[in-house]
Design a protein around this ligand. Structure first.
Ligand code: ADP
Length: 580
């Protein structure tokens, strides 16, 4: 054979190889890639039929993945025993095989099924990628149709190498794709869990939610969540208190698990989850036997163990490594929610303590103050002897300070009652005009004392509002009193009311000192008062506006203001009109 002839044949083969190879890699879908490979092999080798087998990742067995002109049943049948043996040999040796008479080929002649086997020309190439044996491709022909030669095998082997890489890529992609889908799925589950957990600040509710999620997503039969606590004041006797449970142990009562419990002790010592099979009552956290039990620590800030999530199952198939990993991640989420719920409990308890303290103090102060006021009034009246002018002055100072203290006490107890929900609102329909006029009357003297004017602009035909008249009077009184206090002598105050949709709005307008932008942001917070000397000259505790706001809001209204420093302020509140 001349060199040019060989070259021609080689060129034709290379061209075919190039053509089929170029199709590879166009897809990352495993099934599509396998079909492409199978078609390419038939095209390349001109084989009558063929198939492709890959190792199954889970079982480790060779499994048929694609076939041409031969069906699955046939491949598994006795008649194709030889073909399977050829494939097994190719993957075992990692070498390509070409044989034109399997019956006489010593590699296969020992096979019983060779007897009666229709003679065929067989070719098989292992599929290897990145040093890993993936499987093999097999093709054959009836002997009289055509016979495979060494050069055909070479071509098949070259193509098999490229095909194996394409298959491996598609497989990796599918795996990554599946892993990604799992991660995305888990993230969205955790997003829902976080939302639910963070919505609640009630510890037991948080624990129940976490347990429900753990059970439903791992398909466990039941479980419990317990938190570690000390049984004594010296904090020497820790124990796990099971606060929520579901499943077998349903007596509802809280159970204490000593830290000497074998499984709990192991978790506490190693800081790792403990998986137990064939759980005896002694090993079980909740005392009930099960097939499997997972005990996963809950850690505060990923460190100190504060509790335990335990899941149990009677089904040998349930609760695997993946579940454990999931519950560990869930435990981290639960830890944050537990921390928040506990903080909230602490704050609620501190608030309660503060509220109790204020109740006691205001109550205890009222009594002696009434008595001081009684004696000062008695002395001022001259009934117990004449007072010198200086003594009268001192009595005035005492009385003014008593008034200051009285306002503080009544403000504090108002705030306390509103915050603890103990303030009673006697809601009823009434006319605003009368209330506003009463307030104006009561403040008239003080206003006139500073040459200020108070103008009422309250239409007589305003609809009735639905609120507590005493509280509304307190609100108007407070706002008008502020307008009076924070407006220089000779200033003007206007109270204007009008209907706005389903509300009546009342505006208290002054042309006084106004409030700086910086201070405006702090308005309505307790004890806030502007630093201004003129403000500080006026009596006050900085509690009025915060009480007013709470009262208005408690009666389904709103309050807002506008103000410019040196020009004046307008405070407006709304209250619903009577619908009844
Ligand atoms: P108090 O009057 O006892 O200080 P408030 O809560 O009623 O308490 O008011 C808080 C602060 O808001 C006042 O100290 C003052 O600085 C400012 N303020 C309230 N009303 C006005 C107003 N009409 N004009 C200017 N400043 C005001």
């Amino acid at each position: 054979m001349s060199e040019s002839v060989i070259t021609n044949i080689q060129q034709a083969r290379l061209a075919a190889l190039y053509e089929v190879s170029s199709q590879l890699g166009s897809s990352l879908d495993l099934t599509e890639v396998l079909n492409q490979v199978m078609d390419a092999i038939i095209q390349l080798t001109g084989a009558e039929r063929g198939f492709l087998m890959l190792y199954d990742e889970v079982s480790g067995q060779l499994r048929l993945q694609a076939a041409r002109n031969v069906d699955k049943e046939k491949i598994e049948s006795h008649a194709m025993q030889i073909s399977r043996t050829v494939v097994e040999r190719a993957v075992a040796t990692g070498q390509g095989i070409v044989t034109n008479n399997a019956q006489e080929d010593e590699r296969f002649a020992s096979q019983q099924s060779v007897v009666g086997y229709q003679l065929r020309s067989i070719m098989c190439a292992p599929l290897k990628a990145r040093g890993r044996m993936l499987g093999a491709v097999y093709v054959d022909n009836r002997l009289f149709t055509s016979v495979f030669e060494a050069a055909d095998l070479e071509l098949l082997l070259t193509f098999a190498n490229q095909a194996a890489i394409a298959i491996e890529n598609a497989r990796l992609f599918t795996q990554t794709d599946q892993a990604l889908a799992r991660t995305v799925e888990e993230l969205s589950v955790f997003q829902r869990i976080d939302q639910q957990l963070n919505k609640s600040l009630d510890l037991n509710r948080v624990l129940s939610l976490a347990l429900d999620w753990a059970i439903s997503l791992t398909k466990a039969d039941g479980g419990s969540i317990g938190l570690l606590e000390f049984l004594d004041e010296d904090e020497t006797k820790p124990a796990l208190r099971l606060l929520v449970h579901s499943g077998d142990q349903q007596d509802g009562g809280e159970r204490l698990v000593p830290t000497s419990h074998p499984v709990l002790a192991q978790v506490l010592t190693n800081g790792r989850p403990v998986f137990t099979h064939n759980v005896t009552p002694e090993q079980s956290i909740d005392g009930t036997p099960a097939y499997a039990q997972q005990a996963v620590p809950i850690r505060r800030d990923g460190d100190e163990i504060i509790g335990l999530i335990t899941l149990e199952s009677h089904d040998p198939g349930a609760l695997d490594e993946e579940d454990m990993a999931f519950v560990e991640r869930l435990a981290d989420r639960a830890a944050v929610a537990i921390k928040n719920a506990r903080l909230y409990e602490d704050i609620a308890a501190a608030n309660q303590a503060k509220s109790n303290f204020i109740s006691v103090v205001t109550h205890e102060l009222r009594l002696p103050m009434t008595s001081i006021k009684g004696y000062t009034d008695l002395m001022t009246s001259g009934m117990v002897g004449d007072l010198t002018d200086q003594q009268k002055q001192f009595m005035d100072v005492i009385r003014r300070n008593l008034n200051r203290m009285n306002t503080l006490i009544s403000d504090l107890s108002d705030i306390n009652r509103i915050e603890s929900g103990r303030m009673k609102f006697e809601m009823k329909p009434f006319e605003l005009q009368g209330i506003i006029e009463d307030v104006a009357d009561s403040l008239q003297e003080a206003i006139a004392g500073r040459q200020q004017t108070l103008t009422l602009d309250v239409p007589g035909d305003l609809p009735l509002i639905y609120a507590d008249p005493n509280r509304v009077s307190q609100v108007v009184g407070n706002l008008v009193s502020n307008a009076h206090k924070y407006t220089p002598d000779g200033g003007a105050i206007i109270v204007r009311a009008g209907q706005q949709d389903d509300f009546v709005e009342v505006a208290v307008i002054d042309n006084g000192m106004g409030i700086s932008e910086e201070d405006q942001a702090k308005l309505f917070t307790q004890f806030f008062r502007a630093e201004d000397q003129e403000v500080r000259q006026q009596q006050g505790w900085g509690l009025g506006l915060s009480i007013v706001k709470k009262m208005v809001e408690a009666q389904a209204g709103e309050i807002w203001f506008s103000s410019a420093l040196g020009q004046g302020s307008t405070f407006t509140f709304s209250l619903p009109i009577n619908k009844g």
